[in-house]
Design a binder for this molecule. Sequence first.
Ligand SMILES: [Zn+2]
Length: 118
Amino acid sequence: MTTDKFEKDTRTVHKFIQLYCDNKHKSIDKNTRAIPLRYENENLGEINYNLCEDCEKTLKISCENLLNCPHDEKPSCRKCPAPCYDKTDWKKIAKIMKYSGMQMGLLKIRKLFKRGQG
Ligand SMILES: [Zn+2]
């Protein structure tokens, strides 16, 4: 995987998990922390998150899996012939992606709608 792709994917995953945790885990205590982002000795800054413990774990697993992804051209995880998530993690991340993907889609549609009216 290229460094650009790694950084983009990691930041996307974080955005999805953050949105999910913001909306779904409002009443749970959150940790504000940062993960340093490195890929093949290149320093890519860090990811700042504010997540509950469970979502934090999911984010860390996702970052690690991305870092260790054996594919040069990473396929969409859903289509991957050798998924690196175990079943429980996969179910969790699939749920988050589905939820946040829908929320982001709705936001986009709302913006389009507003633009159309304005
Ligand atoms: Zn959470």
